[in-house]
Design a binder for this molecule. Structure first.
Ligand code: ITT
Length: 193
């Protein structure tokens, strides 16, 4: 059994990594198992923020960990919420955040958007970042109860359902996190990228 520490405080991310990696023989650990304080995510890109989170665990514990920085970038909102996806409309739940986004896009013709995920890994060989992007557009209404966060308003390219209407396996097969995870696995298996 191979162990991977997922350096995230977001239980939904932990669940998705479990769904993808446990069936491949990995044992998933999370930050609740160690003494750790969340670092300030003051990077300018998903990759920089993922590295900040991975370095924090590496420096505090010397434990190999992967960190995930991800978010939804909406063309009509000039790329927002982007790297601020978790902090966007802070203090409100996602039903409210999703409603507000639909309101802001009410008359928008361009509904293009994408989810990005950067996974940072630090090991004895150095720092590595693996990225995945899921292209799509913003729906006209909130639909679906699977997934988390902005999934109920995001329709992946080639689909009619929102990503909250897809099964976990369907989402993981096409998602930003799924794509980044497959690149991580290729690295861990010593394969070329
Ligand atoms: P950690 O920093 O502890 O990992 P976080 O939730 O604060 O947890 P981020 O800063 O990376 O993580 O913010 C990611 C946000 O982007 C997340 O809270 C969701 O709002 C959104 N997001 C990321 N991936 C998503 C997905 O697959 N489906 C829906 N929303 C997603």
């Amino acid at each position: 059994m191979k162990d991977i520490m997922i350096a995230t405080s977001n239980p939904n991310k932990v669940r998705e990594y479990r769904e993808m990696l446990e069936k491949l023989g990995y044992r998933i650990h999370d930050l609740s198992e160690i003494e750790h304080e969340d670092p300030e995510e003051n990077g300018k890109t998903f990759a920089e923020n993922a590295l900040i989170k991975a370095r924090s665990v590496w420096n505090h514990t010397g434990m190999m960990a992967i960190a995930d920085d991800s978010g939804l970038s909406i063309d009509h909102l000039k790329g927002q919420p982007g790297i601020h996806s978790a902090r966007y409309l802070a203090g409100h739940d996602y039903t409210y955040k999703n409603k507000m986004i639909l309101k802001r896009l009410k008359n928008a013709e361009d509904r293009g958007a994408r989810f990005t995920c950067a996974i940072a890994l630090i090991d004895e060989l150095g720092e590595h970042v693996f990225e995945g992007v899921m292209e799509g557009h913003i729906s006209r209404e909130i639909r679906g109860t699977n997934g988390f966060g902005y999934d109920p308003i995001f329709i992946p390219e080639g689909y009619e359902q929102t990503s909250a209407e897809l099964t976990p396996d369907q989402k993981n097969t096409i998602s930003h996190r799924g794509q980044a995870t497959r690149k991580l696995l290729a690295y861990l298996n010593g394969e070329e990228q």
